[in-house]
Design a protein around this ligand. Structure first.
Ligand code: SDX
Length: 440
């Protein structure tokens, strides 16, 4: 068994409790914060740490993605997101995230072929879609069909077999795009369009969504590049809610398709990946710049549950670097599709300008995040808001599978099982004491 204390440490934190002092090892990172190892704290001191939302808790060691929230830095395996967005493509980034370094030319050509070989779905999976109402949210189909894949690809379920893990990863990435496109076609009542393996990943997704049996969709290189950049920007993001969900599901030994279905479910929430749909719907509700002040007051009102969707972030206390890139792409895509002076983009820019001058947003360090501008681009490409989070999920299969693979290969990996601060009833005898409340 690998050395439990895998990181040599010569620094300790001291905790004084009940007249005892506990030495807690400190491990240094290569970048960003160090960590205090509290894994032995309960056995030594019979006490838990308490951190709802894990605001100060590192759940694992990882080499995949680094974020500096104060400086607005995002790196995949050490490469700045700004450079990857311009110079790389989505499948190369997938390979980088999973294998840890950039593939050479031959490796990339081979990997793209391997992924394209998995874009087809078993024909019987079509029946799963027939079970959904036509107005089902496409994310409901993503969750259901992704989980169902485990019953069709039983030769890639053994998480202890590196070959099966690799095969499952490729299937998940390739088929997520086909499932996403099928969910869109089903929701608009059009026949499914098969993937074409001579197209790039992003071109293929646009083809499966916008071609139909009567005519081929003419793929614009500008829109294909915008799509590919959006996938790169959404590929991974350290231990966010959906990735932590995938890791926790994986820690029990659940099969990879079930773990990714759990990640899709978590991403769907409006506080997470669902924010791109919510942000566009919010902008449409605000309608015009003259209403901005009213909505900013709602956002600042502690008694009002309204939040500025696409704003704020647990880690970024500066401008989300992905939002900066997306803001630049907006204008290019809108011009390309002939939308001059889009009122929604103008409103988003005005809203950002006014919000960033408000004391509330400055003090709480709330900036636009990845979800603030992405919907404007996706709508211009032709997607309805319900598809925005599906596209986020397709991209994030790269990060989810990379993080799941890293967890599966981590020698000290164990089932995730947090504890709690219990404040419920002490021991009671079963008897006549019954609730007096008449509502239940
Ligand atoms: C993603 O984690 C990731 O990396 C996620 C992600 C990824 O790539 O995986 O980056 C993708 O999920 C981006 C975030 C998308 N969500 C939204 O845009 C929804 C709107 N944003 C908020 O719900 C919020 O900012 C969160 C959920 C993103 C972050 O919430 P936190 O870290 O729990 O912060 P918080 O809620 O404690 O906020 C701190 C303060 C609070 O006020 P106080 O309690 O201190 O008085 O800021 C306020 C919040 O009320 N606040 C907002 C706000 N976001 C935070 N007030 C108004 N509008 C907002 N958007």
């Amino acid at each position: 068994m690998a050395n439990k204390n895998r990181r040599p440490n010569n620094k300790f934190a001291k905790l004084s409790l009940n007249n005892k002092t506990f030495k807690l090892p400190i491990y240094n990172s290569t970048q960003g914060e160090s960590v205090i190892d509290i894994s032995k704290l309960h056995s030594q001191a019979k006490i838990f740490t308490y951190d709802p939302g894990f605001t100060s808790t590192a759940s694992c060691e990882s080499k995949i993605t680094f974020i500096d929230g104060d400086k607005g830095i995002l790196r995949y395996r050490g490469y700045d997101i700004e450079e990857l967005a311009i110079k790389s493509d989505f499948i190369e980034v997938v390979n980088l995230l999973i294998y840890g370094d950039l593939p050479n030319k031959e490796q990339l050509i081979k990997y793209k072929k391997l992924i394209s070989r998995h874009t087809l779905l078993h024909e019987q999976i079509i029946n799963f879609f027939q079970g959904f109402r036509r107005d089902a949210h496409p994310m409901a189909m993503m969750v259901g069909v992704m989980g169902a894949l485990s019953s069709f690809y039983q030769d890639s379920l053994d998480i202890n077999d590196p070959h099966q893990r690799q095969e499952a990863t490729r299937r998940i990435i390739a088929k997520s795009s086909t499932i996403g496109a099928m969910a869109y076609k089903y929701s608009i009542g059009q026949a499914f369009v098969s993937p074409k393996n001579n197209l790039s990943f992003s071109e293929n997704f646009l083809h499966m969504c916008f071609s139909n049996t009567a005519e081929e969709y003419k793929i614009s290189p500008i829109l294909a590049k915008a799509m590919d950049t959006i996938l790169i920007l959404h590929a991974d993001h350290e231990q966010n809610a959906s990735t932590s969900t995938v890791r926790l599901a994986g820690s029990s030994g659940a099969n990879p398709f079930a773990c990714i279905a759990a990640g899709v479910s978590s991403l769907w929430g409006p506080a997470h990946g669902g924010a791109n749909q919510a942000a566009l719907e919010m902008l449409e509700e605000i309608g015009s710049s003259k209403n901005i002040k009213k909505y900013l007051s709602k956002a600042k009102d502690v008694n009002d549950p309204f939040r500025l969707m696409g704003f704020g972030h647990r880690v970024y206390k500066n401008y989300d670097p992905r939002a900066k890139i997306l803001k630049k792409i907006c204008k290019k895509v809108l011009n390309h599709v002939g939308i001059k002076n889009d009122p929604i983009l103008k409103l988003a820019i005005d809203l950002e300008k006014i919000a960033l001058k408000e004391k509330y947003f400055i003090e709480k360090k709330l900036y636009p995040n990845v979800d603030f501008y992405s919907g404007i681009i996706l709508r211009a490409i032709g997607f309805p808001p319900e598809m925005f989070t599906v596209i986020f999920a397709i991209a994030r299969t790269a990060g989810w599978t990379a993080q799941w693979t890293e967890m599966s290969e981590d020698p000290i990996q164990k089932i995730g099982r947090p504890r709690q601060l219990y404040t419920g009833n002490k021991s009671l005898k079963y008897g006549l004491k019954r609730s007096k409340k008449n509502t239940r």
